[in-house]
Each structure stands twice: as structure tokens, then as C-alpha cells.
Ligand binder design. Structure first.
Ligand code: GLN
Length: 214
């Protein structure tokens, strides 16, 4: 039986994640209710707006069940706003903004500043090696966060290189952490679901399969 992976469907680019997960061999289901959450082997928190998703999680009464599920070891992959939700600590959140937590990191929201609102960079991502154009992952950043600080149990998977793809110097962003893993939690500041490169989703599907009881 393929793994069933939910995509939190309160806001954000849900469909693109489903397509990428299915290409990696998973069955997918949108998650809006507690019963749907309880039926999945893993969950994706999509990009969107972390402040809005935070509010909707409370309105849909999913916040506590999701926190419990993360604590019990549910594999979760958060992309962009999803990465913010997985962080224990947040810099630059709005008043009252909460995260779900689970990953011992501090994220900075909208970290790249106004001039570089959205950009692309080719990244070396640890655990991702076998692409058609070599190992690099074309990473699309859209008003993205970065990880400012990571605890000792967090495995850093990717950092911003010195230059983005168009040759722009990364400046203060160079070296910042933009992909990480901690136990069964995976986070990227970028959006692999928009490029057609399914390798990050495949990495998550492997993580989910590895955590399933047979
Ligand atoms: N800036 C957004 C936030 O703070 C994240 C952007 C994204 O998910 N593309 O939630």
C-alpha cells in the first residue's frame, strides 16, 4: 500500500504539492478536519501566509491535534510558510502569531527583504543527488523565511550560496539555512512544488515510508 500523505488545505498551493507527492508514489488527500489528519501517514504544510494559516488552524480546531500529532512523531514537511509553522521560535511575526513548533529552530519571516522578494538559486541539498541536470536543486523563494539559528539536533540540508542564479551576490543572505531536517520533520524555505523537480518530495515520501510500521 502506498503511503497516504495529507496536504493541509486551509490556504496555499495545495494542488501542486499533491501532484509532486503522487509523482513520488504517494496517495494524497487534502486535510481540513481532524478525522482527515488522523488518517494520514505524513503531512505537508504548504506555502502561503503563515499568519493566515495560523488563524485558520485555530478556527478549524486543527492546531492542538496537529501539535499532538507532531509530538507523537507524524512526519511533516513544511515549505516556506510551512517551515515557519514548524519552527519553535519566530522573528518578525505579527502580534500574537503562533507556530506549531516541533523543530528546534528560530525562523526569520520575510527574511530576504524587499529588494529580493522573490528569487531563484541553485542549491546543493543534502540527501538530494540524482537529478537530470546534476545534483543542484533549482530553488524558488517567494517572500521566504530563513533559519536564523538551529539547535544541535537539527540537520542542515541546504544553505544560500554566495550568488543567486542570475549572478546577484547573496550578501547578508549568504550561508543562511534554507532546508533542514529534525527527526521526522523536514522544512524548506523554498517551493519545490512549483519547479517540476520532484526530488525534495521524493525525499519526504522516503522519510514517511521509513517511519511507517509494517
Ligand atoms: N511570507 C510568508 C509568511 O510569512 C511566506 C511566503 C510563502 O509561503 N511563500 O507566511
Amino acid at each position: 500500500m502506498p503511503a497516504t500523505i495529507g496536504v493541509l488545505a486551509l490556504q496555499g498551493d495545495v494542488r501542486e504539492h499533491q501532484v509532486a507527492l503522487e509523482a513520488a508514489g504517494a496517495r494524497t488527500v487534502p486535510v481540513r478536519r481532524r478525522a482527515e489528519l488522523e488518517a494520514v501517514d505524513g503531512l505537508v504544510l504548504p506555502g502561503g501566509e503563515s499568519t493566515t494559516i495560523d488563524k485558520l488552524l485555530r478556527i478549524f480546531e486543527l492546531r492542538e491535534p496537529l501539535r499532538d500529532a507532531i509530538e507523537s512523531g507524524l512526519p511533516v514537511y513544511g515549505s516556506c510558510a510551512g517551515m515557519i509553522l514548524l519552527a519553535e521560535r519566530i522573528i518578525g511575526g505579527i502580534d500574537g502569531q503562533q507556530t506549531l513548533g516541533g523543530m528546534d529552530v528560530t525562523v526569520r519571516r520575510n527574511a530576504f527583504g524587499r529588494q529580493v522578494d522573490s528569487f531563484e538559486a541553485d542549491l546543493e541539498v543534502s540527501g538530494v543527488t540524482d537529478g537530470p541536470d546534476g545534483a543542484a536543486v533549482r530553488a524558488v523563494f517567494i517572500r521566504a523565511p530563513w533559519i536564523e539559528e538551529a539547535g544541535p539536533e537539527v540537520e542542515v540540508l541546504a544553505r544560500i550560496p554566495e550568488r543567486t542564479t542570475d549572478g546577484t551576490a547573496a550578501g547578508a543572505a549568504a550561508g543562511k539555512i534554507v532546508a533542514a531536517r529534525s527527526g521526522r520533520l523536514l522544512a524548506t524555505a523554498f517551493h519545490p512544488e512549483v519547479t517540476g523537480d520532484g526530488r525534495v518530495h521524493a525525499l519526504f515520501v522516503r522519510l514517511v515510508n521509513g517511519s511507517r510500521r509494517s
